[in-house]
Design a protein around this ligand. Sequence first.
Ligand code: SF4
Length: 225
Amino acid sequence: MESLFVGGIVSLSTIDYPGHLATVIFFQGCPWRCGYCHNRHLQSISPEEALPWDDILNLLKIRQGFVEAAVFSGGEPLMQTCLVEAIRDVKDMGFKIGLHTSGAFPDRFARVLPFVDWVGFDIKHAFERYQDVTCVTNSGVLARESLDLLIASGVDFEVRMTLYEKVDVPAVVGVLKGISALGVKTVALQKCRDKNENIVEHPIFSDKLLLEDISKYFNNFSIRG
Ligand code: SF4
């Protein structure tokens, strides 16, 4: 297997895979530069700081039978060129597989989807305005391609959207209506936090009627602080 660059691990999480106790593996590297990113230390790959993959497998072995799922997160886990092999290793150990992704690598996403049980998919903005958040041209095209793959795959998933100040209310509503029309059933809106971990309130959260209306587009709709 080619190198895997693991930036950290959380042994036990109750919030990263809905309804399951999970171990979360955070991979280094992300091609995007979102203004609100809380994992900036994982944006670049630092081989000298990466944790050995064998250590991660050993830790998972100890948790077999206790932890139900392993979540591949980041950074952007699909930065790892051999993520599919890593996922298969862990799936063969009996863990359910969760994946957190922003959809930056549709080709790699297509290769891993057959081995994934649940996806947490980040949406940043209207697809044609992604660059306002990610600072990268064509990022919206890649994200849209990945979302289409995910919907077509039949894999269980949730769309998450962090409500950043650069994404105005009409854009948020447009995104949510658009993904509802595509068949997305589960959405979580996440509050943005500043460098000091204080919530930066988005104006949409003070419009209760609008939120109630939006909630009707989805089978499952939640707001996370
Ligand atoms: S896609 Fe995620 S990890 Fe990458 S910069 Fe944006 S928030 Fe950070």
